[in-house]
Design a protein around this ligand. Structure first.
Ligand SMILES: Cc1ncc(COP(=O)(O)O)c(C=O)c1O
Length: 387
């Protein structure tokens, strides 16, 4: 296996518009260094070299519970939250605990590619439901639920990225969230909300989370430090009912290995406690908004009128639809020859062919000039393909 010092599949010298990571100049390296020094000087360093509490670092739990209650008025207690090694770990753990091979889960069409990957790893029966500009279409979900019920089946959960969805950038309005909670109660399934982008909002407050609207009942919610601090730290959190958190905490993996990355968690806890994280998040919002504005301006000038795209108000992504005559695989090949890489829509659907006219661009990672240049290249290639 070749080892390269570039993140996840980024080819050196290319324009990786597929990469949904923070740009390297947005990582708060000096601030984390100060937190490391402070933890190191703090005296109890030996403890951090040992296994940690199963539920995770207590100071980090305390900080997150206080912040969520302050900012979102969630009303959760520390028994409702555990530290996990990134949202991805949470999705996998939820599958372990809530599902068996062949169980049905509902997702959006399109949905976050790596969650689909995990559901496939668990051999789940994934049903995707069409979306529109407000996220999943409730009537379509109800139709799917009715036909499952007629076959004597019910989904175990609905997986959703409600804010600035990956891959589309769409945010689901409150009324739809309420309607889905109503369906979840009627048909008896849980809601898994993967909320890694809510802190990267450019403007107004977001609609209340599923956790808030359902008062925590049968909702599991992941948050992450990957987008607002650094993905290499592999730190996130899971919010659920006390009973579910107790179940997760007593799983075999945690019983043996202890909680998620105690050493890193202590550093993140110190970084948060000092006030640095909330200040950083505030700063990041402006940075990502600027990137999004640049991407949209480049799309507006480069794309022919029959290419449509989302205009997100937060998060990392634009989602593009090509005219029906153009295949995204052809565009990917042309772009590859020019060292521009994007995420073809095919990866985000249960049936890959449903994404053959779509692509996802990420404005989070590449230098600003590359962002403009990469989008110009794509616009040029699309025009050539259409000609
Ligand atoms: C919706 C969603 N969930 C989870 C993740 C990954 O989160 P983590 O690094 O915390 O595992 C991503 C990153 O792309 C994402 O877009």
């Amino acid at each position: 296996m070749k080892l390269e010092n570039t993140p996840q599949g980024v080819v050196a010298g290319s324009i990786p518009l597929f990469a949904g990571h923070p740009a390297h100049d947005l990582l708060p390296i000096a601030g984390v260094e100060r937190a490391v020094e402070s933890v190191w000087r703090g005296g109890n360093i030996t403890r951090l070299f040992d296994y940690g509490d199963e539920q995770g670092n207590p100071q980090l739990i305390e900080f997150l519970v206080e912040r969520l209650n302050r900012v979102e008025l969630l009303g959760i207690s520390r028994d409702n939250l555990m530290i996990i090694g990134g949202s991805t770990w949470g999705v996998d753990m939820i599958c372990d605990q809530l599902t068996r091979v062949g169980d049905v889960v509902l997702v959006d069409a399109p949905s976050y590619r790596d969650a689909l990957h995990i559901f496939r790893d668990h051999h789940l029966d994934i049903r995707d439901i069409p979306i529109d500009a407000g996220g999943v279409i409730v009537e379509e979900m109800e139709r799917a639920l009715r036909s499952l019920a007629a076959a004597g089946r019910a989904p175990k959960f609905y997986y959703v990225v409600p804010n600035f969805q990956n891959p589309t950038g769409i945010t689901m309005p409150e009324a739809r969230r309420r309607a889905i909670i109503e369906l979840s109660r009627r048909y008896g399934f849980a809601i898994v909300e993967d909320d890694v982008y809510s802190d990267i909002r450019f403007g107004d407050a977001l609609p209340p989370s599923f956790t808030a609207l359902a008062a925590g009942e049968d909702v599991l919610r992941m948050g992450s430090f990957s987008k607002t601090l650094a993905p290499g730290l592999r730190m996130g959190w899971l919010i659920a009912s006390e009973e579910r958190i107790a179940d997760f905490v007593s799983s075999g993996v945690l019983k043996m290995g202890g909680g998620a990355n105690p050493f890193t968690a202590a550093i993140v806890a110190e970084y948060c406690r000092s006030g640095a994280w909330e200040a950083h998040v505030q700063w990041l919002r402006g940075q990502y908004q600027q990137r999004c504005d640049i991407a949209l301006a480049a799309l507006d000038s480069a794309m022919p009128p029959d290419v449509s795209y989302t205009r997100p108000t937060g998060g990392y992504f634009n989602w593009l639809r090509l005219p029906p005559a153009l295949e995204v695989a052809d565009l990917a090949e042309r772009a590859r020859q020019r060292k521009v890489y994007f995420a073809p829509g095919t990866g985000f659907f249960v049936n890959p062919a449903d994404g053959r006219h779509h692509l996802r661009l990420s404005f989070s990672f590449v230098p600003l000039d590359d962002l403009r240049a990469g989008i110009e290249t794509l616009g040029h290639q699309i025009r050539e393909m259409s000609a």
